[in-house]
Write a protein that binds this ligand. Sequence first.
Ligand code: ADP
Ligand code: MG
Length: 610
Amino acid sequence: MNQVKIDQTSIAPGIRPQFWLVAFLLILGIAPLALPEFYVTTLNFIGIYALVALGLVLLTGIGGLTSFGQAAFVGLGAYTTAWLATTQGLPTLLAFFGQSPWLALLAGLIFTTIVAIILGSLTLRLSGHYLPLGTIAWGTSLYYLLGNMEFLGGHTGLSGIPAVEVLGWKLDNGRSFFYLVWGMLLVSVLTTRNLLDSREGRAIRALKGGIVMAEAMGVNTSRSRMIIFVIAALQACTSGWLYAHMQRFVNPSPFSLHVGIEYLFMAVVGGAGHVWGALMGAGVITLLKQWLQDWLPKLLGQTGNFEMIIFGGIMILLLQRTPDGLWPIVTRLMPTRQRQKKINWSAEPLDLKPMPTKGEMILEARNVTRKFGGLVANNNMSLQVRAGEILALIGPNGAGKSTMFNQISGVDTPTSGEVLFRDKSVAGHQAREIAHLGMSRTFQHVRLLPAMSVLENVAIGAHMRGTRSVVPAAWRLDRAEEERLLAEAARQIERVGLSAHMHDAAGSLALGQQRIIEIARALCSTPCLLLLDEPAAGLRFKEKQALGALLRQLSDEGIAILLVEHDMDFVMGLVDRVVVMKFGEKIAEGLPEEVQKNPAVLEAYLGGVE
Ligand code: ADP
Ligand code: MG
C-alpha cells in the first residue's frame, strides 16, 4: 500500500511549487535593479495595495465577510506613524513610540487591534447585506474623522514623515523601499498561507457555508470571524505605515470609501479565494488604471475621466468572465505538482477523554417541544440513551426526527422541555458547548466543505483536541500538533473504509460516501454520544453491512449511538432499542421485535405519509 502511494507521488506531473516561488523571488530581487525608477515606484504601490487585498482575500474570499471599509484601517496605520513622527512634545509613552518608525508601526498595530475589535464586535454579528453596509458606515466615519481632526492636519494632512531605517540603511528612495515593501508583503503572504493550512485555518475556511457544522464540531466561529477581521485590519494598517513612509506625507484622500471599494475589486479580480490572487489583483488593477490614465486621453484626443468609465466596463467584464478571479487561470498555465498532505502514521495519538462506563445514562430528553409557528414539530418528546447503546429514532418523513436531533445537539433551542447530557442541562446551550461535553453528530443534509480534501474535512472534527492557534500556525510552530491531528483524521478515514479517497475533494465523492465522511469527522472528536441522521441513505448493500459492523464496534467500545434511519432491515438487525415518532410525538418505544409488531407503528408506516 505504501509503495503505491510513493509511486503516485513520484509520477505526479508538473513542476514543484517551490520552483515557482524561487523564480518569483529572483525576478523580484532583480526588478528594481533593472527597471527605471518610475516602474519601481509602480511596483511599490502594487505591493502596498496587495497587502490590503491580502487581508480581503482572508476576510472576504475565504471567510465570506465582505468589507468595504479596509481603506480606513490603512488610514489608521498611516496617520498613527505620521502623527507620532511629526508631533512635538508628546507625553512620555507616545514620545517613546515616536522615536522610530518601527516603534510607530507597533503602536499602529496595537491601536488598530483595539479599533478592529471594537468595530468587529459591533458589526460582525450582522448577517447578509447588513455586514457590508456596516463596514461602509464605519469606513466613511473614520475617513471623515481623519479629515476633521485639527491635530492630524485636516484635509491638508501631515508632512515631513521621516524615512525608515533598516540596520542603519536609510530607505529614502524607491529602489531601496522596494525591498521593504515586497519583503513585508511576502512575509504576510506566506504567514497567511501557513495560517490557512492549520487547525485554525480549517476553522476559518469553514466560515463560508459551514458555520452550523463547525459549531457542532466545537469551533467557536465568532472567534474565527474576529480573528480574520483583526488580521485583515492589521495587514491594512501595515500597508498604511508603508504608504506613509514611502510618500513621506499623508492626507485623508487615499483612505476614502472609494479606495476601499477598489481594494475589494483587487481581491475579487485577482481571485479572492487565493493568497497570491491579492498580488495578481493589485497588479492588474494598478497597471490597468495607470495605462488607461496615460493612453486614453491620447487615443481620444480629449480628457474627462473616460478612464473610469472604461475601467468600470472592464471590471464588469472580468467579474462576469472570471468569477473566481484571474489567479486560477494563471495556475492552470503553470503546471504545478499537486502536493498531497503527508501523514505521519507514527505521530503520537491525541489525548483521549474519559468515557462514561457502559450502561450509564448519558442522554435524557424530557418533554421536549419545538413549535415552528403553528406547527408542532416535536411534542412532549422524551427519550433516553445509555453508554454503549444503539437507539433508533424512526418514523415517517416529517415526523420530527431531525428536529429532535437539532434540539439535542444545540443546533436549535426547544420551545420547552429539558435535555440532560452527562447530567448537565444542555437545552438552549450552544452546539459547540455540547460538542465539548462529548456529543458529535452528522447531518441529514450533508455538511462538508466540498472543495476541501476528505482529510481536511475530517480533521475539523478533531479541532477541539488541539490548542495551537494563530501565531504558532502562521510561523509553522504548530507542526507537531498538526501531524497528530491529521494522523487522527487519517485513522478515522481508514476506520470507515475510505482511505482510497483521503486526498480527494470531499465534494467529488458519492453522496453515500459523503455521509460516511461525516461519521469519520464526528469520530475524530472522540464522542461518547454519536447522533447519526440517516447514515445509510444512498449506500449499497455491502456498504450498509460495513456501516452496521462499524456501528456495532463503536457501541462495543462504549459509545452511545442515536440513529435516524429509514431502512428497516438495517435498523432492526442493528439496534438495541427503537423509539417511533409520528407527527412530532412518540407513539411507541421498545425492543426492535416488539416495536415491529406494535399496531400503532404498523398503522403509522402503512397508513402514514410515506
Ligand atoms: P423528519 O426528520 O422526521 O423527516 P423534520 O424534523 O425534518 O422531520 O421535520 C418535522 C416538521 O417540522 C416538518 O413538518 C418540517 O417541515 C418542520 N420543520 C423542520 N424544521 C423547520 C424549520 N426550521 N422551520 C419550520 N418548519 C420546520
Ligand atoms: Mg429528517
